[in-house]
Design a protein around this ligand. Structure first.
Ligand code: CO
Length: 297
């Protein structure tokens, strides 16, 4: 892979602009008493209006939750005085922008600053030929200077056409100096900062799924669900996005058969807080381009 062709470049840029607009609108909605579902559905509707579609369901993570949380159908959970991470993915013609902001309702603004400043330092350090571990070291240094800990077992990642999660991995610490960023890569850089131990584990909730192996199924409700799942072009989808009466059972069946895979919510220990800041960058021959710039202004 060398550079982006013109069409890919235009689609990446458009995805980034749509995402920046939607994020700007959506983050303003987050306040106590508003439900997670209202926020997620608003953002998802706007993404579909302005772009081609979602690259993954809108993630709404609170407090110890770091990733893969999205409301269930008819979820009535409201925001409280919490740390709220909003992570949105947009695609235009399959080309993906992935970005996140944190809205602090918990009166812990330094934790948000730590993630945002780490992201700024990471973007500043990024470029063609730069080892990913060097970017990770920038992230780690900034977050530790705030006396917080990066979440070590989460990392930034490449995005490819219709694939929201590919290489290269961009660690949130100064390891892995062998892999370098290369021109033609689109990369989501996402520092997470926490007052916890810096390690997330799998929680019990699972609301995000992805088609991993398309095979025929005999069961009627599973077959109906699979027909809808094919519409997501292999991208992750929310259980609530399935419009069938027995979606939950169908998903369980499809998961057991290895056709669909679930993404459990990833969380720090209870009582801890996690913040996140994320941009998507394009690595070019002569530097980088941030497709989601303007997100933190
Ligand atoms: Co993201």
């Amino acid at each position: 892979m060398t550079e982006f062709d013109e069409a890919a470049l235009e689609s990446h840029r458009e995805a980034g602009e749509v995402l920046t607009t939607v994020m700007g609108e959506t983050r303003e909605m987050i306040e106590p008493g508003v439900t997670h579902l209202e926020v997620a559905e608003y953002a998802e509707d706007r993404v579909r209006e302005l772009g081609d579609g979602l690259a993954f369901p809108v993630n709404v993570s609170v407090d110890a939750e770091a990733s893969h949380a999205t409301p269930a159908r008819e979820d009535e959970t409201e925001f409280d005085d919490e740390m709220v991470c909003l992570d949105i993915g947009v695609h235009v013609d399959g080309y993906i922008a992935d970005a996140a902001v944190t809205v602090d309702l918990s009166e812990t603004p330094e934790l948000v600053e730590a993630a945002e400043e780490a992201l700024a330092a990471a973007v500043e350090a990024a470029g063609p030929g730069v080892p990913v571990g060097e970017i990770g070291a920038e992230i780690e240094d900034v977050i530790e200077a705030y006396d917080y800990t990066p979440v070590y077992n989460l990392s930034g990642h490449g995005v490819q056409r219709f694939d929201a999660h590919t290489g290269p991995n961009v660690p949130n610490r100064g390891v892995d100096r062998s892999v370098e960023l290369e021109p033609g890569q689109a990369v989501a850089i996402e520092p997470f900062a926490t007052d916890g131990r810096g390690k997330v584990g799998e929680g019990s909730k699972e609301e995000i799924f992805e088609l991993v192996e398309d095979r025929s199924v005999r069961n009627r409700s599973a077959r109906q669900a699979l027909e809808q799942i094919r519409e997501f072009d292999g991208l992750p989808f929310a259980a609530r996005a399935l419009d069938t009466s027995r979606a939950e059972m169908a998903l369980r069946r499809l998961t057991q058969q290895g056709i669909v895979k679930g993404y459990p919510v990833l969380t720090e220990e209870p009582g801890r807080l996690v913040s996140q800041a994320e941009h998507t960058i394009l690595v070019r021959e002569d530097g980088i381009e941030v497709t989601t710039r303007g997100l933190f202004e």
